[in-house]
Design a protein around this ligand. Structure first.
Ligand code: GLP
Length: 243
């Protein structure tokens, strides 16, 4: 695990963009794992710019998103589907049939979970997985306590996750209480992990995840065991490290 600390969010995002762009340039048919939330926003913006400047192309890139709310209208701007279209897919040259997001409205949700993992396998696995983290240490929507052996599955969201994510909705009651998420095992099977966290509200979870014991109580702590993980932090997120 390589931990890199940057002065601020902008510099951290610049490095994330550099790593992703390098992957795309070297392997133009890569399979990328993508995250939602505020953290990757600037990275996506910078990738869009590189694409507009024709420095990189997503024409042969395939992407798999980490998660989606259960039973949310995909036209709802707070759905991860709408979010990804708005912040990335509509603004790059990716082929519509090459991006995948779990379908939270599938009639048979268990089948959807199996099919999602199967699809990733069929594409040869995820080459580079971009990850953020919830303030309780969750990755994707794998809440504390989730077994490290899970594959794509349905989860009940924790109260503080619902509260954290309510900023994307009109009101707290609108936040779905369940989600479909890539499992811990599916995440760990990615060939390379690019983890990002910014801001003081993540500092405690960052310390627990990367300096504490590997434990299901802090899902991100499993990344200590990944053979090719890069952890990008801004100074605020890193402020509890080494104490
Ligand atoms: C959500 C997503 C996670 C994301 C987390 C952090 O819970 N399911 O994949 O990492 O939010 O979001 P933010 O970057 O907005 O702090």
């Amino acid at each position: 695990m390589k931990i890199l600390i940057f002065e601020n969010y902008e510099k951290m995002s610049k490095e994330a963009t550099r790593i992703i762009a390098a992957q795309i340039l070297r392997y133009p048919d890569s399979v990328l794992g993508l995250a939602t939330g505020s953290t990757p926003m600037l990275t996506y913006k910078r990738l869009i710019r590189l694409c507009e400047e024709e420095i990189i192309s997503f024409k042969k890139i395939k992407t798999f998103n980490l998660d989606e709310y259960l039973k949310i209208d995909i036209k709802n701007p707070a759905s991860y589907h709408a979010f990804m279209e708005e912040v990335l897919f509509n603004k790059i040259d990716i082929d519509e049939k090459n991006w995948y997001i779990p379908n939270g409205n599938a009639e048979d949700i268990d089948k959807e979970c199996i099919l999602y993992d199967k699809k990733i396998k069929e594409m040869g696995g995820i080459d580079l997985m971009l990850l953020g983290m919830g303030s309780n240490g969750h990755i994707a929507f794998n809440e504390p306590g989730t077994s490290f052996s899970t594959r794509t599955h349905v989860v009940d969201l924790e109260e503080n996750t619902i509260r954290d994510n309510s900023r994307f909705f009109d009101k707290l009651e609108d936040v779905p209480t369940q989600a479909i998420t890539l499992g811990m095992r599916s995440i760990m099977e990615s060939k390379q992990i690019l983890f990002m966290a910014s801001g003081a509200n993540k500092a405690k979870a960052i310390r627990d995840a990367f300096e504490g014991p590997i434990s299901v109580d802090v899902p991100a702590s499993i990344l200590q065991l990944h053979p090719n993980a890069t952890i990008l932090l801004d100074e605020a997120a890193a402020m509890e490290l080494g104490r």
